[in-house]
Design a protein around this ligand. Structure first.
Ligand SMILES: Nc1nc2c(c(=O)[nH]1)N[C@H]1C(S)=C(S)[C@@H](COP(=O)(O)OP(=O)(O)OC[C@H]3O[C@@H](n4cnc5c(=O)[nH]c(N)nc54)[C@H](O)[C@@H]3O)O[C@H]1N2
Ligand SMILES: Nc1nc2c(c(=O)[nH]1)N[C@H]1C(S)=C(S)[C@@H](COP(=O)(O)OP(=O)(O)OC[C@H]3O[C@@H](n4cnc5c(=O)[nH]c(N)nc54)[C@H](O)[C@@H]3O)O[C@H]1N2
Ligand code: SF4
Ligand SMILES: [Mo]
Length: 728
């Protein structure tokens, strides 16, 4: 029998509404849900082919234990008992920090995963928590914390009223308009504004799909956005083009900011970012004069050694030109759940990492620290690690170093859909549930939507019988380890009683789990149009629910700084900017004359989906883009095999001569070079492309965000084999 399920896609934050046709627990078709009032327009091929992951021929469908160099399927009782016993022994010997966890990007698309993973980490008492943030959005968390008082306070884009888009380090034409905000159809909507006269300026070392549609493209030198943005702030302040009222009443620290820009020299800044002064001045004036405008900064800004200063100055531009909380700028969406308040109540404990002595950022340490924390002896040395929804050997810096460290663990547990590169040394592979098989209410990120919006994403199909949602795995582990969930005594008892009751009454929903939490969150949510949201209202909106119009005026009250003002010149950022100004203008080392840029692919999701035939029919992997001028100098032709290397690694792949990158920048897409293994059989691993992050040094990091130079490392390129040897 065929039925139709309405839900939403959980690959990226566009959260597109989906209509899923199902026959006998098999997905037959996925199309956009045109009745979704908020998001369906951004639908893409990744959503359309999502069932290929569900039906992946190499999917892990039962817990698998490593025995020698093979895996054998077991039941869950054996898996949980074995992992719990080994972890308890490891904690007894080395303390709670001897058990660690890394969680990746997809964990963020399941509130129950994140919540119960934290409950389990608190149960263990470990501070060895590593997350994708240090290779993604840490800079923004650090900036939000210092400027707005909470790492989670993120203003959203009001695209439909904007007259001037300054897009820095983002390629929304490919990646959708998302980086800790959910703006479905964002790029299409920005282009619609352009039809009505809006200006789009794109700052990117590559002439991307986004840059090609822009009014102006500034091909900045990678990693030097801070200099460009400081120059823009300087021109605006020096020429008195700031928004006087906001600078006086919303901002504090204007004097320190003015002092900083007074010490900076426009020509020097222009040299650093390698852009003409006239263009910088023209953008500064155009931006300040536009009636309604916004700066948007994303991963192109953050994944560098000066990423936090650049991210900060992007926010500063919005503040000093009066773009916060005004139409066409960046507003604060309160959401139906006050995540800022809840995060404040949870009150993350401070912690310094054992070896580097660095703070947690948004609750996690930096991925670049993980290898040494595994291999360096002493109390707190990690001996057991859980990798939850992540592929850090591919996504993080110096993957080879991490791979070597993972091989030394006493216990590596991977929770995933398939076994990828980072899981190759796993002692246990635990089968996860795909979002098409899961109910999710993303309540904690309700303030990231660009309009008040609620959607309970229901499952379209039932998961394989042995697959388990992460929350259940973490609860089972805490119970088996006999350590209290959330570190709160009594909770484990409640879970046990609720489980018994659920069994006795044959009502699975009685069991303590995400449904309890979701219902509690909805019951205590903010009123919408003066009315409480009820659970039955949530269920009555299968296509998603726009809760009301976009409101302005929440920003000021939402600020979590004591004086309810925005700090435009946090001393740490000013000091770091001064240090950067004191450094000489950047110059490539003679042995490594190129900077390694990055792209995402429309049909990939970081390191996954590359193996799906429906998205990558040619099976073609990665190539390195080289500018024609550079190619001529190196004697490289299109199709030549080249070696790209850095002080930490080397890869070989085909060259494509292209004028997409600016000269001096070579580009390899990230997310490739991750094999998909066959733990059930003996088939060869599927392998596509190379891992460009093998070339990135993890030791040098932005001191504020702890992020490595992922998209600006220096590399060398040389020809290995010519594509056309006979003609040479
Ligand atoms: N050089 C460079 N490096 C980068 C970036 C860059 O721009 N340049 N971008 C960075 C960014 S923005 C990100 S977000 C990171 C991504 O870094 P990661 O999050 O570490 O890696 P992903 O590639 O997203 O891998 C996700 C894994 O989760 C699995 N998975 C998917 N859904 C589920 C689920 O529901 N449950 C479980 N248990 N597993 C699931 C997938 O099969 C896959 O193995 O990479 C970063 N790395
Ligand atoms: N199709 C697809 N969509 C995705 C993803 C995916 O993997 N595939 N990933 C999702 C995730 S996890 C995230 S975080 C978002 C990210 O969303 P975006 O941040 O918009 O991601 P990118 O498309 O990588 O765009 C970053 C741009 O920054 C440029 N850049 C690199 N270095 C610099 C620099 O130094 N300065 C400047 N100004 N620009 C620079 C790059 O050339 C690139 O064009 O996308 C999400 N959407
Ligand atoms: S991956 Fe595609 S379909 Fe899914 S939410 Fe993002 S844009 Fe929408
Ligand atoms: Mo990301």
């Amino acid at each position: 029998m065929t039925r139709t399920v309405h839900t939403f896609c959980r690959y990226c934050l566009a959260s597109c509404g989906l209509e899923v046709t199902v026959a006998d627990n098999t997905v037959v078709k996925i199309s956009p849900d045109k009745q979704n009032p908020h998001s369906w327009q951004d639908f893409c091929a990744k959503g359309r082919t999502a069932a290929e992951v569900v039906d992946h021929p190499r999917r892990i469908t039962a817990p698998m234990k490593r025995v020698g160099d093979r895996y054998v399927e077991t039941g869950w009782d054996e898996a949980i008992a074995d992992i719990a016993t080994r972890m308890n022994a490891i904690v007894d010997a080395g303390g709670p920090d001897a058990v660690g966890a890394y969680y990746g990007n997809p964990a963020g698309y399941s509130s129950s995963n994140l919540m119960f993973m934290n409950a389990w980490m608190d149960a263990v008492g470990t501070f060895n928590r590593y997350a994708v943030g240090s290779v993604d959005q840490n800079a923004m968390h650090v900036v939000a914390e210092k400027m707005y008082g909470s790492p989670l306070m993120v203003p959203v884009s009001d695209i439909d009223h904007c007259d001037y888009f300054l897009l820095v380090g983002t390629n929304p034409a490919v990646s959708a308009w998302n980086w800790v905000e959910s703006v479905p159809g964002g790029w299409r909507r920005a282009l619609a504004r352009r039809e009505h006269g809006a200006t789009i300026v794109v700052v990117d070392p590559l002439r991307t799909e986004t840059a090609q549609r822009a009014d102006m493209h500034l091909a900045v030198r990678p990693g030097q956005d801070w200099a460009l943005l400081l120059a823009l702030v300087k021109v605006i302040l020096d020429e008195g083009r700031e928004h006087a009222q906001d600078c006086e009443t919303l901002a504090t620290g204007m004097t320190d900011l003015r002092e900083l820009v007074a010490t900076a020299d426009l020509d020097d800044l222009a040299r650093r970012c390698d852009l003409p002064v006239v263009e910088i001045v023209s953008v500064a004036r155009g931006f300040a004069a536009a009636p309604r405008a916004m700066v948007v900064t994303r991963t192109g800004v953050s994944l560098h050694l000066a990423g936090t200063v650049a991210e900060w100055l992007g926010h500063v531009l919005n503040v000093i030109t009066g773009r916060l909380d005004r139409p066409g700028g960046r507003r604060f969406e309160p959401g139906y759940v006050d995540a800022l308040r809840l995060a404040g109540l949870a009150g993350a404990k401070p912690h310094l990492s054992r070896l580097r002595g660095r703070d947690l950022v948004a609750g996690a340490h930096a991925l670049s620290e993980l290898p040494d924390e595994i291999t360096t002896a002493g109390r707190g040395q990690i001996r057991a690690l859980v990798i939850n929804s992540g592929n850090p050997v591919i996504s993080g810096p110096d993957g080879a170093k991490l791979d070597r460290a993972l091989a030394q663990l006493d216990l590596l547990v991977a929770i995933d859909l398939v076994q990828r590169e980072s899981h190759r040394h796993a002692h246990w592979l635990l089968p996860a549930v795909h979002w098409l098989e899961r109910d999710d209410l993303l309540a904690f990120t309700s303030n990231l939507h660009d309009e008040p919006y609620l959607h309970y994403g229901v499952r379209a199909v039932q998961p394989p019988p042995q697959a388990r949602e992460e929350w259940r795995i973490f609860v089972d582990l805490a119970l088996a380890m006999n350590r209290p969930l959330f570190g709160a005594s009594g909770l484990n008892g409640l879970v046990r009683v609720s489980r018994r009751l659920a069994r006795l009454t044959r009502r699975p929903n009685v069991e303590f789990g995400p449904l309890w939490v979701n219902r509690l969150l909805v019951a205590t949510s903010r009123k919408v149009n003066g009315r409480r949201i009820r659970w039955r209202d949530v269920l009555a909106h299968p296509h998603g629910w726009v809760l009301g119009p976009r409101e302005f005026g929440h920003f000021r009250t939402a600020l979590r700084t004591p004086d309810k003002r925005v700090r435009v010149a946090p001393p740490e950022f000013v000091a770091r900017a001064r240090d950067l100004l004191a450094e000489p203008s950047p110059q490539a080392p003679a042995a490594y004359p190129f900077q390694l840029g990055n792209r995402r692919r429309r049909h990939s999701m970081n390191s996954w989906l590359n193996d799906l035939p429906g998205l990558h029919p040619s099976g073609k992997g990665t190539e390195v883009l080289v500018h024609p001028d550079d190619a001529a100098r190196l004697g490289i032709d299109d199709g030549d095999r080249v070696r790209v290397h850095s002080p930490v690694g080397a890869v070989q792949l085909q060259a494509a001569v292209s004028d997409v990158p600016r000269p001096g920048v070579v580009v390899i897409d990230h997310g490739w070079g991750s094999r998909v293994f066959d733990p059930r059989g003996d088939a060869e691993p599927q392998a596509y492309g190379v891992n460009r992050n093998l070339l990135v040094d993890g030791d040098a990091v932005d001191p504020l965000s702890q992020t490595a130079a992922l998209n600006s490392s220096y590399v060398a390129v040389e020809r290995v084999v010519s594509a056309a040897p006979a003609q040479r």
